[in-house]
Design a binder for this molecule. Structure first.
Ligand code: PMV
Length: 315
C-alpha cells in the first residue's frame, strides 16, 4: 500500500496575468492537503473511491472528462502501459473545492505520487513529472492553465513562475522574513474556467487596456519577489493591495471578496487581495504579528468569512 499527499496553494501575486506570460508568485499551504492511497485490488479493474464526493467507481466506467480518470489515464500513458494493473485508489482532501486553493491540482498530484509509488515507477514520482502530469489534468478545470498551480503543489515550495515556451521559468527564492498570512474563504464557489474565459473575452475586446493591467500585475510580482527576498514586509503588503486593485479592474473580484479585503485593511493588516481565479473563493491578508492576526481574524469573521486559516510562508 502506498500513501501520498500534496498541499493546497495560494497565489501571492499575479493570478490571471500569469496566463499571459507575466510573472507570478505562488506558495504551498501545507496544513491543508489532498491524500491518495493506492493498494492492490483483489478484484479486477481499477477502482476509485472518494468518500468526500460519495464516489466509488471503476476506471473503465468513468466519464471521459472525469478528473480522477484523466489522472489515471495520464499515468497509464506516461508509464507506456496498455492498462494499469488492478488497483484500489482512495482519495480524500481537506482543501475546499472551487475556492482558489488548488484542490484539483493537489488531488491529481497525490494520486500520481501514490500510484507511481505503488507500481514502482519512481521516475513518475519526481516533482517534475508530477507537475507535468498534473498540468494535463488541470486543463479540465482551467481550459488554458498557466501551469503555476501544478508547479507549486508538486514542488511544495514558494515559486516565482513565468509561463513561456519551450519551458516555463520556475525559480525558488529565499523568504528572508516568514510571511504570516490569513486565508479567508468567502464561502462562494467559483469556476476558474469561467473567470479565465471572461478575462480572455475582455482582453480580446480591449487589448490595450488589459495588456496594461497585465503589465502592472507582472511588475508587482517582480517587485514583490525582491521585497520578499529582502524581508520588507510593509512593502509586500502594499504590493498585495495594489495587485487587488488591478484584479478588480480585470472584473475578477466580487463584493464579498472586497468586504473581506476592506475589513482586513481597516483592522491594520499590511495588505490584502483575492487569491486564485476570484469571483469568490479565498482572499489572503498579510499580518505582522500574533496580535494583529487575532484582530484581523475576528474582523474577517465579522465581515462574513466562512473559515479563516493561518499559514506561514517560508523558504
Ligand atoms: O486554481 P485557481 O482558482 O487558484 O486559479 C489559478 C490562477 C489563474 O491565474 C486564474 C489561472 C491559471 O491557470 O494560472
Amino acid at each position: 500500500m502506498t500513501t501520498a499527499s500534496a498541499p493546497g496553494k495560494i497565489i501571492l501575486f499575479g493570478e490571471h496575468a500569469v496566463v499571459y506570460g507575466r510573472p507570478a508568485i505562488a506558495a504551498p499551504v501545507s496544513q491543508v492537503r489532498a491524500t491518495a492511497v493506492a493498494q492492490p485490488n483483489p478484484d479486477s479493474g481499477v477502482r476509485i473511491i472518494a468518500p468526500d464526493l460519495s464516489a466509488d467507481f471503476l476506471l473503465a466506467d468513468a466519464a471521459e472528462d472525469d478528473a480522477l480518470a484523466v489522472t489515471l489515464r495520464q499515468i497509464e500513458t506516461a508509464a507506456k502501459l496498455s492498462q494499469l494493473p488492478d488497483l484500489i485508489i482512495t482519495v480524500s482532501s481537506q482543501i475546499p473545492i472551487a475556492s482558489g486553493l488548488g484542490s484539483g491540482a493537489a488531488i491529481a498530484a497525490a494520486v500520481i505520487r501514490a500510484v507511481a509509488g505503488q507500481l514502482g515507477l519512481a521516475h513518475l514520482a519526481t516533482d517534475e513529472w508530477v507537475s507535468n502530469l498534473t498540468y494535463e489534468v488541470e486543463k479540465i478545470h482551467h481550459g488554458t492553465p498557466s501551469g503555476i498551480d501544478n508547479t507549486v503543489v508538486a514542488y511544495e515550495k514558494p515559486v516565482y513562475f513565468v509561463r513561456r515556451q519551450p519551458t516555463n521559468l520556475i525559480e525558488t527564492f529565499a523568504v528572508k522574513r516568514p510571511l504570516r498570512l490569513l486565508v479567508a474563504d468567502t464561502g462562494i464557489r467559483s469556476s476558474t474556467k469561467i473567470a479565465v474565459g471572461d478575462v480572455r473575452r475582455h482582453w480580446l475586446a480591449n487589448p490595450d487596456q488589459f495588456e496594461v493591467l497585465f503589465d502592472g500585475c507582472g511588475r508587482i510580482a517582480a517587485t514583490a519577489r525582491t521585497a520578499i527576498e529582502m524581508g520588507d514586509i510593509a512593502h509586500i503588503g502594499r504590493l498585495m493591495t495594489a495587485n487587488q486593485r488591478l484584479l478588480e479592474e480585470m472584473t475578477v473580484s466580487s463584493p464579498e471578496l472586497e468586504r473581506l479585503v476592506m475589513a482586513a485593511l481597516q483592522t491594520g493588516a499590511l495588505g490584502a487581495k483575492l487569491s486564485g481565479a476570484g469571483r469568490g473563493g479565498n482572499m489572503i491578508t498579510l499580518v505582522e504579528d500574533e496580535g494583529m492576526e487575532t484582530a484581523v481574524r475576528a474582523a474577517l469573521l465579522a465581515a462574513g468569512a466562512k473559515t479563516v486559516l493561518t499559514t506561514t510562508i517560508k523558504t
